[in-house]
Design a protein around this ligand. Structure first.
Ligand code: NAD
Length: 348
């Protein structure tokens, strides 16, 4: 690709996350890149996206898009179970890839994706957009500058408003909220501690999804995971789906000499948030909270390709998060602490 031309980007999957990327890449909105095509097997989704984005090239099958020479990079925002197959095919077709989190369903799939991008010599960036959020970036800088001394504990929570979709009820297929909701928190833990996870213990339960209780007794919509990091630091993750009141993403970093917080800390000592309303203003959705982070993430994807930098969050980071999800789900099932180096966690 010459530096004077615009990088041709194709969006695969025109749902909630996909359309945020599509709007960022749409013609004239981002230096150095333009959206050239979109893919979605669902006709209604394709039509709506085509109309909004005013695009001619609209495909039902991603394999057709991969044959298009004007497509130089792809954004993969399909349901997570398809990430591996699409990323491997895109790499083989020589396309650079921005893949939404979670990278894949298990470590074996991650290894296949890593091998394919390595062999093709293309970029693979994982959609951990919190690494581009100004609050999270500032917290990381403060950690590194030593403001709170040695980090002792990173606590990260994400509570999402959406009711789980029925396909999520089968934990073995969906990997549950640890994967869909908390992949970001797992990445934050690794990023802020500068260490890999050594061992986790997780408990979980179904508190808000009565429909799933009979048919899927394993399903959980609330989870608490404790982690021991390899460097001795502690990690704590809370996750919830279907909280309804809004989108809640907060993080605390406790050090030997102080505390850093990311996310809102309301002035009032006691607040209440329900579907009916909140006693203080709140963020309704992740699409509001992280809109700027998505844009910075997409801009950096283009910069990485044009200037040949490694992505801020790559396949190794994606795989590490997937392994913590596997260990966490095993811990929930077996009601015991699970080490990351246990057989089956690295490649199930
Ligand atoms: N970074 C984030 O914070 C964030 C937020 C939401 C979702 N996500 C991730 O993005 C991905 C998509 O989630 P979503 O909520 O946007 O889902 P969604 O259901 O809103 O959209 C998915 C779209 O992909 C399409 N699709 C299905 N199979 C396809 C295929 N083979 N080829 C092309 N398109 C296909 C569907 O028709 C649908 O339009 C998931 O991996 C999810 O975990 C990330």
């Amino acid at each position: 690709m010459s530096k004077s031309t615009l990088l041709g980007v194709c969006l695969i999957g025109t749902g909630r996350a996909g359309m945020i990327h599509a709007r960022n890449f749409a013609l004239g909105r981002m230096a150095g890149a333009r959206l050239t095509a979109i893919v979605d097997p669902v006709e209604q989704a394709r039509c709506t996206a085509r109309q909004e984005l005013q695009l001619e090239r609209v495909y039902a099958d991603y394999r057709e898009a991969l044959l298009d020479p004007d497509v130089e990079a792809v954004v993969v925002a399909t349901p997570s179970e398809y990430h591996c197959g699409i990323v491997v095919a895109a790499a083989r077709a020589g396309k650079h890839i921005l893949c939404e989190k979670p990278m894949a369903m298990n470590a074996l799939e991650c290894d296949r994706m890593l091998a394919a991008v390595e062999q093709a010599g293309v970029k693979l960036q994982i959609g951990f957009m919190r690494r581009f959020d100004t609050g999270f970036v500032a917290a990381r800088q403060r950690i590194v500058s030593g403001e709170i001394g040695q980090v002792v504990l990173v606590k990260s929570l994400t509570y999402g408003p959406s009711i789980p979709k029925p396909w999520m009820y089968d934990i073995r297929q969906s990997n549950g909220p640890l994967s869909e909701v908390n992949s970001h928190d797992i990445d934050t833990l690794r990023w802020f501690t500068g260490s890999e996870v050594e061992e986790v213990y997780a408990i979980a339960g179904n508190y808000r999804s009565p429909d799933a209780r009979q048919s899927h007794p394993d399903f959980y919509d609330n989870v608490v995971l404790s982690a021991r990091m390899k460097n001795g630091m502690q990690g704590s993750i809370c996750g919830a789906q279907g909280v309804r009141y809004g989108y809640d993403a907060r993080c605390e970093i406790l050090g030997e000499k102080g505390l850093i917080t990311v996310g809102s800390l309301a002035a009032a000592a006691v607040t209440t948030h329900t579907a009916a309303g909140s006693t203080t203003p709140i963020v309704p959705s992740w699409t509001d909270l992280f809109l700027d982070a998505y844009r910075a993430e997409d801009e950096d994807f283009v910069r990485c390709i044009r200037e040949n930098h490694p992505p801020r969050a790559g396949g190794i980071d994606g795989k590490a998060a997937v392994q913590v999800v596997s260990a966490g789900n095993r811990s929930i099932r077996q009601r015991r602490p699970v080490r990351l180096d246990e057989e089956g966690v690295t490649a199930t």
